[in-house]
Design a protein around this ligand. Sequence first.
Ligand SMILES: [Zn+2]
Length: 207
Amino acid sequence: MLYDITRTLTPATATWPGDTPYTVQAVLNIADNNAVNLTALHFSPHVGTHADAYYHYDEEGTHPAAMPLAAYIGRARVVTVIKRSGALSLNDFAGVELEGGERLLIHSHVSDLPDEQWADEFPHLSVELIKYLAMLNYRLVGLDSPSVDAFDSKELPCHHALRQNGLVNLENVALRGVPDGDYELIALPLKLDAACGSPVRAILRTL
Ligand SMILES: [Zn+2]
């Protein structure tokens, strides 16, 4: 069974305040006697479900084309958290088996929001949690939240901790209706040069 955990991109899809929404411009139309419909896309890669590239927060960081592909495919553990906002610490995963996982997908109340609605409050990662996951050899952390850091963070400690510990992230995944447990994740970034992130089609396949 497949779960599509991707937000749909429309001009109304929620964006980070001030970020560039998704727009589709018609370049050619069949209705105007052209052979094809041809469109041009304009949007921030952080709209909808996406992978951050290290370049997003590090001048020397890699672009999507050079991000480590293997991190975005493989065994993933979906875990629901109760916390609605603030940093997720190890306490928020009490009773959850994190050992033996490779990728963690964190399911919060944000997954219940429609694609068009900005999350006024969302849980985010902590450096403590990232270091623990790195120690367990995790490769990826995905959230339904729009950021792995707090909304008003300028230092972005969690983004930097992910890179420093060799992990990658997904943001704005949509986990509504996905039972907690282990799956195969496929969420490949596009092979984009120069960009700061990439949309992904994120799916979970039951094992
Ligand atoms: Zn992002």
